[in-house]
Ligand binder design. Sequence first.
Ligand SMILES: [Mg+2]
Ligand SMILES: [Zn+2]
Length: 232
Amino acid sequence: MPIQRHMPSDRARETENEDLPILIRFTFSAGEKSAYGPAIFIDRDGVINVRRAGGYVLDWSQFLFLPDIPEALKKFSSLQLPVIVISNQSAVGRGLMTSAALQQLTRRLQKTLIDHGARLTAAYFCPHTPEEGCLCRKPKPGLLRAAAADFNINLGRSIFIGDSKTDAQAALAVGCQPVLFGPGLNSSSEGMEWVTGLPVALTGKELFSVAADSLRAAKYRNLADLTVPDST
Ligand SMILES: [Mg+2]
Ligand SMILES: [Zn+2]
């Protein structure tokens, strides 16, 4: 007789604190449920777009792509894996922006990427402030867990591209491979020892090859057989 283990669903845990609105998710593509395969998770601010010093990206006019990122995302799309944004957006919880405005901005991002030949599968946001003690704000892995459950993703074969220690922590908490990205990563003078041993891409141009190597290392069986787009 099989041993029955009680494993609470992520959904149940998300809603544990009933005072909190649950995480915000936007799905762009319904037909991409993976067969428990890998995915590419990607942080937003500081990875896809320029982080605003001391401020939040509240509307599209403040959204500025980092160099070569639409092109990198286009190459990710060619791998036919889910590409899912994983991002803390406490501006919502702080009342600086509505979730409708976040949705509008995210849809604009998705449409702009389509114009670049790139495709997002979904975007998961934590709208909470640190004080709310939710289970989805990175470094907690709630967003990754929820996306993995929704799209049947094997986190152990996936990568999470981020620019912060909290991104790496969220990834490692669920056995997902962190990939660090960002021109700022090598210029920070203090407390960067956590980067040691993790794959790093310093420019958008090298992001795809670093990420693809990390996916291969995460033992994605078929990736080595795929044709890797020319990185020039
Ligand atoms: Mg970031
Ligand atoms: Zn949260």
